[in-house]
Write a protein that binds this ligand. Structure first.
Ligand SMILES: CC(C)(COP(=O)(O)OP(=O)(O)OC[C@H]1O[C@@H](n2cnc3c(N)ncnc32)[C@H](O)[C@@H]1OP(=O)(O)O)[C@@H](O)C(=O)NCCC(=O)NCCS
Length: 186
């Protein structure tokens, strides 16, 4: 891309609806969390690739907290938007709600943030992504929050790397007393 293009948030906003059929259930009769995660990955890819108009990979997924179980028979609606773009990465915000038609109950299942990276399919290297045109206050707020999340995540990764490098195993093993584990004799 010689001169950076800019695209609106609305142009790549994506909605995915799926009926929760019995084959998606776990032994407890609720829908598998992993199945919902795979739908989230699918919509994250669709939304990112629509903005980029090219190939993307999932680089990371923010913590996913399931706030409510999803029942067989519910209609699941996933809504995705590009919140933030960096140079080659995009943060996709995903909201999942489930709807029980019979009881008329709509529940917020979870909200999560996926970081996708645009890639050149031949070189397998990250490539620049189009910028975002922010058209209202909510889009500006989401962009700013995405920028903050990216900076926090980068700081957290660097901090964890430093901790791992300097880990004092004897001290840490002694500090395991009271934790829910048993140590084999080393
Ligand atoms: C994600 C990946 C492309 C990053 O490659 P890299 O060589 O580290 O690339 P860079 O350091 O140049 O970073 C490129 C961008 O990715 C972002 N990034 C890299 N690792 C990241 C991570 N773990 N979480 C979030 N963002 C990340 C960087 O912040 C950067 O963003 P920016 O260009 O907007 O500033 C690479 O690790 C990869 O290919 N991972 C496998 C992805 C995959 O196959 N996913 C599907 C799993 S089945």
């Amino acid at each position: 891309m010689s001169e950076r293009e800019y695209r609106t948030v609305k142009a790549s906003q994506t909605v995915l609806k799926e009926l929760m059929v019995p084959s998606y259930a776990n032994f407890g009769g609720k829908v598998h969390g992993g199945f919902i995660l795979s739908l989230m990955d699918k919509i994250a890819y669709t939304c990112a690739a629509s903005h980029v108009k090219g190939y993307c990979v999932t680089a990371s997924v923010d913590s996913v907290d399931f706030l409510n179980p999803v029942e067989v028979g519910d209609l699941l609606t996933l809504s995705a938007s590009v919140n933030y773009v960096g140079n080659s990465s995009l943060e996709i915000g995903i909201k999942v709600v489930s709807e029980d038609f019979r009881l008329g109950i709509v529940k917020h299942t979870n909200t999560s943030y996926f970081t996708m990276v645009a890639m050149d399919e031949d070189t397998r290297k990250p490539v620049p992504v189009p910028g975002l045109i922010l058209e209202d206050e909510q889009e500006i707020k989401r962009f700013i929050e995405g920028k903050i999340r990216k900076s926090l995540k980068t700081g957290h990764r660097a901090e964890m790397k430093k901790i791992r490098k300097g880990l004092d195993m004897i001290k840490e093993i002694n500090a395991l007393e009271g934790e829910n584990c048993r140590l084999y004799k080393l």
